[in-house]
Design a protein around this ligand. Structure first.
Ligand code: ADP
Length: 425
């Protein structure tokens, strides 16, 4: 019998003995019964105390265990929150699906990608509209292992990704799988840009090289060629070689502008523009184009002086080369709020509106022949745009076909830092 019942049994026995003692027995019996009752009571008291002490110890132990469980639960909740925050903040979209391709979880980026606020309970197909991803998911379910593949999404916008799916284990008698999507669209776009650039560069080099070769061959194959024709051909070879040098120089300038942070200094804009105008005066005279200069003194920039000079030279050169005889070019500098503006306006051939969005692209020319004849490389405006944007500025163009163009470069003004007022102690 369990020791828990002993005090109760003893108390019961003491009661029964006391009742029996009340019956009309001889005094000797009564004394014996009272003594037995007292004995039982003492024993009952002793065992009751022991039992009470055991219960108290047990209760304390239970309270301790409960506190421990509560703190473990708290830690578990904290850990789960931390894990969710980690997954939620990950810079790649992450989904968790069960074996029926139903969504159990989606991190913040995954929600953003597919334009949903909540997505649990939806099927993977209904969320992504991507059958290829669904098939990849079924493959992972079948194999119960990691699978990956190239997946292209067309909803809500086109994205080229590498999808990785792996088995997480079981929860609530469901098999869970994680899906991570690595966006490769930007990488593929850059790869395409690089391929196009290399193709364009080779094309640009091939034309003058082919001319040089055929001119040289003609001279070589005809030793009796008249002296004047030979001289003309040799001049053409020199021109084509110069063109190659110009392309190489512009490519180098563009690459430098792209890859290096410009070394900046504080300088006044007016003298730099004046220098560019002086350098272009000869070209303007040859093209019978007049140059007008309206410079505001005191405009200061924190910029790379050489690069700003390059911007002015390129814009001036274009304004002269794409002008008409007796045309004019006006160069202005002024300020607008905290911005310095360099404006180059011409009365030239203008740019057709459909070509305007493309003129800052590398090697883009509206009229290839005119560009080539005037010594253009198709890189001048790309260099301008690149330099200006690297300085935190913008370049814009307004143009009317056959009437003229205005190029405006906006750059942040250099403003003297306010002197710090030290309090006299
Ligand atoms: P390019 O070396 O051919 O001049 P740019 O990059 O400087 O190359 O200019 C790209 C094209 O934009 C030019 O080929 C020309 O067609 C057009 N363009 C640039 N500036 C002017 C301008 N001021 N007036 C008319 N067309 C211009």
């Amino acid at each position: 019998m369990s020791v828990r019942w002993l005090p109760a049994l003893l108390w019961l026995s003491a009661g029964l003995l006391l009742l029996t003692a009340l019956v009309d027995f001889s005094p000797a019996w009564r004394e014996a019964l009272v003594a037995a009752t007292v004995g039982c009571i003492l024993l009952a008291l002793y065992f009751t105390r022991r039992l009470y002490a055991r219960f108290t110890a047990l209760r304390e132990q239970l309270a301790e265990q409960r506190a421990e469980i509560e703190s473990l639960q708290l830690e578990l909740t904290r850990q789960q929150r931390r894990r969710l925050a980690l997954i939620d903040g990950m810079p790649i979209p992450l989904l968790i699906c069960d074996e029926d391709a139903m969504l159990r979880y989606a991190n913040r980026l995954a929600l953003e990608w597919f334009g949903f606020r909540h997505m649990t309970g939806k099927s993977l197909l209904a969320l992504t509209f991507c059958y290829d991803l669904y098939l990849l998911m079924l493959k992972a379910v079948r194999r119960e292992s990691a699978v990956s593949g190239e997946i292209t999404f067309s909803f809500p916008k086109e994205r080229h990704t590498e999808a990785h799916i792996w088995y997480l284990g079981e929860a609530d008698s469901h098999k869970l799988f994680a899906i991570a999507l690595l966006d490769k669209s930007e990488l593929l776009r850059l790869e395409q840009v690089r391929r196009d650039f290399v193709a364009n560069v080779s094309h640009e080099f091939r034309t003058p090289l082919a001319s040089i070769r055929s001119l040289a061959e003609t001279i070589h194959d005809d030793p009796d060629m008249p002296h004047s024709t030979r001289q003309r051909f040799l001049n053409l070879i020199i021109q084509e070689a110069d063109r190659l040098t110009r392309i190489a120089d512009d490519l180098l300038t563009l690459t430098r502008a792209e890859s290096m942070q410009p070394v900046r200094e504080v300088f006044e804009l007016a003298p730099v523009i004046q220098q560019a105008v002086q350098e272009m005066e000869g070209e303007a005279q040859r093209a019978q184009v007049s140059l007008t200069v309206e410079l505001t003194p005191g405009i200061r920039l924190l910029a790379n002086r050489d690069q700003i000079l390059q911007v002015a030279l390129n814009l001036l050169s274009n304004a002269i080369r794409y002008n008409k005889p007796q045309g004019s070019v006006t160069v202005r500098t002024y300020t607008e709020g905290h911005t310095a503006v360099l404006e180059v306006a011409d009365t030239g051939i203008g740019i057709p509106s459909e070509a305007l969005p493309r003129i800052f692209e590398r090697f883009y020319r509206v009229d290839k022949t005119r560009s080539r004849e005037t010594g253009g490389t198709g890189l001048g405006l790309s260099i301008v745009k690149h330099i200006v944007e690297a300085h935190g500025g913008q370049v814009e163009v307004e143009s009317e076909y056959r009437v003229g163009s205005v190029f405006r470069v906006r750059l942040p003004l250099y403003e003297e830092p306010a002197p710090s007022h030290k309090q006299a102690s």
